[in-house]
Design a protein around this ligand. Structure first.
Ligand code: ATP
Ligand code: MG
Length: 561
């Protein structure tokens, strides 16, 4: 492709609305153009990069025995009412009414459509297993679209769905996809991890996320330091091992005493005032769980993990309340709350129940209690693992040490079981003639997000450094001698040869200064830069520079390809 003919609007300025590197570079290097919040046009280079990812995904899905199809983007509400998600999915689902007053939505995912397809087209166990996939634009009305292609409202996803006769067969389909995802992200040239994950609004019983390791990731992962163990999980999901033995047993049994703690609402302040540490304090926090206030207890130095809390409560949504909201809702002395005689549903982290002689709020302004003993002085409605894991905790799998790191979710695989097939009455006849529900799995990859994640992981101050398999072109060829017929004809000749050699070449034939061409080449980040300029006239050589290492090699033009 000739640069002079391409729609490739690079800029030097960093766009102010772009917070993360991939968003900045995708805009600056002319890959995308914003239409409105979370919605972008993929310009030719951006589309080429997305298609590189899509092609790798397609090849590996096909290799794994999946079949590509294309489902509609507009979906009737009826199917979502059947699955129960019309109400449950929330505001991310963009709903609208057509001219016949029929309610519809734009597909954020396709479990309903594909389950409907299966119940109509797959009648017998002889047709199973099936794995059906598509690469398609999804729409999710994200509450905070941001970071460019990382969290758009409209984005390209590969979604696959498997149908099996039973759990064992579904397990094989899941493993098959797990392996395919490993091949896909390895082929993309990315540093990634598969981690155990929460199942979220898709539902189901079991899942893994594929995470590209990058500082700007929105997810936090916990990874076991022992490579042999290999435990890795999203902190949303990571289980904390129950505390070993009861601390309470070792401590003398003290009586509960009410003490004045004027103006002291913060754990650290109360602890210091009472000559204790935050570890001896029980922190009482108010959450809203499906519109009901719930008190959650964790040790003073711990954080509540809302997703684990949500799962323990079996709630659809939980959110922490700030002091004012908690007071408005409960009329309780927020800041001085504690579990003793608290008139609210109470959930305690497992660790709290192993504490002894703790400090808690007294449910009275300016007062706390000391010498509180969980179990004796209060009994929570629910006890479980609701705190966020830390790097100081031990590995839930092998007991070894852990490390926390940031990641970008690029893929997510789920075992769905029969959740959708039962809700939507999707059955087949088994080998004994009985009607049975399909056992399903679903498997997503954020194809457009992979491009952003690749850039988050591969860039420097000058621009993008594309991994070779994802680069929209492999080579940028610079003609630095537009005034010289010899140089130009050598560059044109080389352009032809490189393409004949099977390379994808962006040929910079613009009438621009060399400095500007070098800057654009670095910004766009193609793996190899080939320069035809003065060295050709002087030494008969052209220059090849690798973008990542910066290493330069001079070769005769005939050897360049
Ligand atoms: P997230 O937690 O990031 O919102 P999700 O759990 O909602 O992701 P899935 O429903 O599993 O995502 O969708 C499959 C894949 O689609 C994700 O792994 C991710 O790579 C991609 N994806 C999801 N939401 C977006 C988005 N708003 N923009 C771009 N890609 C997305
Ligand atoms: Mg999401």
């Amino acid at each position: 492709m000739r640069y002079s003919q391409m729609l490739l609007p690079t800029t030097r300025e960093t766009p102010s609305e772009a917070e993360v590197v991939s968003h900045q570079l995708l805009l600056r290097a002319g890959f995308i153009s914003k239409l409105t919040s979370g919605i972008y046009t993929y310009l030719p280079l951006g589309l080429a990069a997305v298609q590189k990812v899509a092609q790798i995904v397609r090849e590996e899905m096909n290799r794994a025995g999946a079949q590509e199809l294309l489902m509609p983007m507009v979906q009737p509400a009826d199917l979502w009412i059947e699955s129960g998600r019309w109400r449950k999915y929330g505001a991310e689902l963009l709903r609208f009414t057509d001219r016949h007053e029929r309610e519809s939505c734009l597909g954020p995912t396709h479990e309903e459509v594909v389950t409907d397809l299966a119940r109509r087209l797959l009648k017998s166990y002889r047709q199973l297993p099936k794995n059906l996939y598509q690469i398609q634009t999804k729409f999710r009305d994200e509450i905070r679209p941001r970071f460019g292609l990382m969290r758009g409202r409209e984005f390209v996803m590969k979604d696959a769905y498997s149908f099996d006769v039973d759990d064992a067969a579904a397990g094989l389909s899941y493993q098959n996809m797990y392996d395919a995802y490993h091949r896909i992200f390895t082929r993309c040239g990315l540093d990634f991890r598969a981690v155990e994950a929460d199942t979220g609004s898709i539902g189901g019983s079991f899942s893994h996320e594929f995470m590209v390791l990058a500082e700007t990731g929105e997810d936090t992962l916990v990874i076991c330091e022992d490579m042999q163990c290999g435990y890795a999980a999203n902190v949303e999901k990571a289980a904390v091992a129950p505390p070993g033995g009861s601390v309470a047993g070792e401590a003398e049994d003290r009586v509960m005493i009410r003490v004045e703690t004027p103006g002291m609402k913060k754990v650290a302040v109360v602890a210091e005032f009472l000559g204790a540490t935050p570890k001896q304090v029980v922190k009482t926090m108010i959450f809203l769980a499906d519109n009901e206030p719930v008190a959650v207890l964790v040790r003073g130095d711990r954080e509540v993990q809302p997703v684990k809390l949500k799962n323990l409560l079996g709630a659809t949504e939980v959110e922490p309340l700030d002091d004012k909201a908690a007071y408005d809702l409960t009329r309780l002395p927020v800041g001085y709350l504690g579990p003793v005689d608290l008139p609210l549903k109470t959930v305690a982290d497992q660790e709290v129940m192993a504490m002894a002689n703790c400090i808690t709020g007294a449910n009275e302004k300016q007062y706390h209690l000391t010498g509180v003993r969980p179990g004796r002085d209060f009994q929570p409605d629910l006890v479980g693992d609701v705190r966020r894991i830390t790097a100081e905790d031990s590995c839930p799998s092998c007991g070894g040490s852990l490390r926390l790191t940031e990641g970008i979710e690029v893929g997510h695989i789920f075992k769905l079981g029969t959740a959708y097939s039962e809700a939507m009455n999707a059955t087949f006849q088994d080998s004994e003639g009985r009607e049975r529900s399909f056992v399903m799995g679903c498997y997503g990859i954020g194809v457009s997000r992979v491009v952003a994640a690749a850039i988050e992981q591969n860039h420097d101050d000058n621009g993008i450094i594309f991994p070779l398999p994802l680069a929209p072109f492999q080579v940028i060829l610079l003609n630095l001698g537009l005034g010289s017929d010899a140089i130009t004809s050598a560059a044109e000749e080389l352009y032809r040869r490189l393409q004949e050699g099977g390379l994808e070449v962006l040929y910079d034939d613009r009438d621009e200064r060399p400095g500007s061409k070098f800057k654009d080449a670095d910004l766009i980040g193609l793996p190899f830069r080939v320069t035809v300029g003065k060295t050709l006239e002087k030494e008969g050589l052209i220059e090849i520079r690798e973008r990542r290492s910066g290493e330069v090699e001079k070769v005769p033009p005939e050897q360049a390809a």
